[in-house]
Ligand binder design. Structure first.
Ligand code: CTP
Length: 427
């Protein structure tokens, strides 16, 4: 934690042994209608043991008033450098922060930050902070796409700030497009990721900055008729963890999500699909310009040979319909063996139990060779499935013979272990 963090602010570690400093987070709020969504982010941060100082701009207070921020944070709220001058807040707040997150970040706030202007408490705080800084922009599409905003975003990113891409969807008026504030719960996940990786070190490494990565997640559905399908139990949690982790490391992320009932990770472009054919098409398009592709999805290997246009009815004689299946394309094999960019890194997953023909690792090595990918993340599922569980453990096998064991831990930890291997290979 930052050595200048408030020493009186402590929490007890999970083991109950030694008090640990509570992370000091500054939540900057600039003047956009999405300011109301920052209340949810604030609530999640305080409820999970973070000390949060909210620094709204004067315009932000036109959308959500100071009493709301003060009540939710349990701390006084100021917008100007002239409040409580004896405590030198324009310097102290930034200096003692472990992380600054601006949500929403307007075009105006980012323009000021890019040019080092400091005419209120938030912009002063940005100049004095030496910790990770995250901007979660929200604005109309035209403002986001304007060359002035593009330049300011590029400047902030070049200096090491994490500026997440806005989400697409309904905007304030009747229009839709890119510019929505990402889901507050997902901004929270990003903040936690950055704080976790920053613990005890300098600012977290954005070793995937400028890289385009594609992650597939979830399980496909193969329709029998308009209401029935063959599916599987993949939740998409590991794929979503991979997308979040890649955003936190600075990558430009496309998540191809097959039937994933989770919110879109902040900053990722999300393409939602249902069937293996749709998943294949979306992955092939996204992979064309990608530096890395991680196939964490569970595509069905087979689909019904014929899809009935009408709902299949029971026959009167009690007989069941015969189900004829045909094989689906192997997306991982296709992506690995027909690379548009030969230097790209392709990663597959394999859940194995081992059998008479070989151990889990024997079968996984054979699969790695068969698929033609660079890395294969192997789960030993002999003791039961991992679907929908928060934890995972795995071995990451490499085509060059290397093997990295990742001990049981969160799916976020496994995601980072995978990106460590990918980043090392991208050089
Ligand atoms: N995969 C794929 N396309 C498919 C099936 C699987 O791209 N049609 C990918 C998965 O996303 C995963 C990897 O291949 O990354 C391994 O999947 P798995 O089902 O273990 O591979 P199979 O070749 O189907 O092997 P098995 O015969 O053991 O089921």
């Amino acid at each position: 934690m930052n050595p200048t963090s408030d020493p009186g602010s402590e929490a007890v570690s999970p083991e109950g042994a030694r008090p640990v400093a509570r992370p000091q987070v500054v939540l900057g709020v600039s003047g956009g209608i999405a300011a109301y969504k920052a209340c949810e982010l604030l609530r999640r941060l305080t409820e999970s043991g973070h000390d949060v100082t909210v620094v709204p701009t004067a315009s932000a207070l036109r959308f959500v008033g100071a009493p709301t921020w003060a009540a939710l944070s349990g701390r006084p709220v100021a917008t100007e450098v002239w409040d409580g001058v004896h405590e030198v807040p324009h310097v102290r707040i930034g200096q003692s922060a472990d992380l600054v997150v601006i949500a929403p970040a307007t075009a105006d706030l980012m323009a000021k930050a890019a040019h080092g202007q400091a005419d209120d408490l938030l912009t002063n705080t940005l100049l004095t902070a030496r910790c990770p800084v995250v901007f979660a922009p929200a604005m109309h599409t035209e403002m986001w796409e304007h060359p002035a905003t593009r330049d300011n975003v590029a400047t902030l990113r070049r200096r090491g700030a994490l500026v997440v891409e806005p989400a697409e969807g309904r905007l304030t008026g009747k229009d839709t497009g890119k510019g929505r504030l990402p889901d507050p719960g997902e901004i929270f996940e990003l903040v936690v990721d950055l704080l976790t990786r920053a613990r005890g070190t300098a600012a977290p490494v954005q070793d995937l900055a400028g890289r385009q990565v594609v992650v597939s997640a979830g399980g496909t559905r193969e329709y029998l008729d308009p209401v029935r399908f063959l599916g599987n139990r993949s939740s998409g949690l590991q794929g979503v963890a991979l997308a979040r982790a890649a955003v936190a490391r600075g990558a430009d992320v496309t998540l191809v999500a097959a039937n994933v009932a989770l919110p879109d990770p902040a900053g990722a472009k999300v393409v939602r699909v249902e069937t293996t054919a749709q998943l294949r098409d979306a992955v092939v398009v996204a992979a064309a310009g990608a530096d890395a592709v991680v196939m964490a999805a569970a595509p069905a290997d087979f689909r019904p040979a014929n899809v009935s246009q009408a709902k299949i009815k029971k026959s009167g004689d009690g007989s069941a319909p015969a189900l004829e299946l045909v094989q689906n394309p192997d997306i991982l094999h296709e992506i690995s063996t027909r690379r548009v960019r030969p230097e790209s890194v392709v990663v597959g997953f394999a859940a194995e139990t081992g059998d008479d023909t070989g151990s889990v690792l024997d079968l996984a090595r054979a699969k790695l060779a068969r698929k033609g990918c660079d890395l294969l993340v192997v789960n030993d599922v002999s003791g039961g499935a991992v679907f929908g569980q928060p934890d995972n453990e795995a071995v990451i096998l490499a085509a060059d013979g290397a093997a990295v064991e990742v001990p049981r831990g969160s799916k976020a930890a496994l995601a980072h272990a995978i990106w460590d291997q990918v980043a090392a290979r991208l050089g």
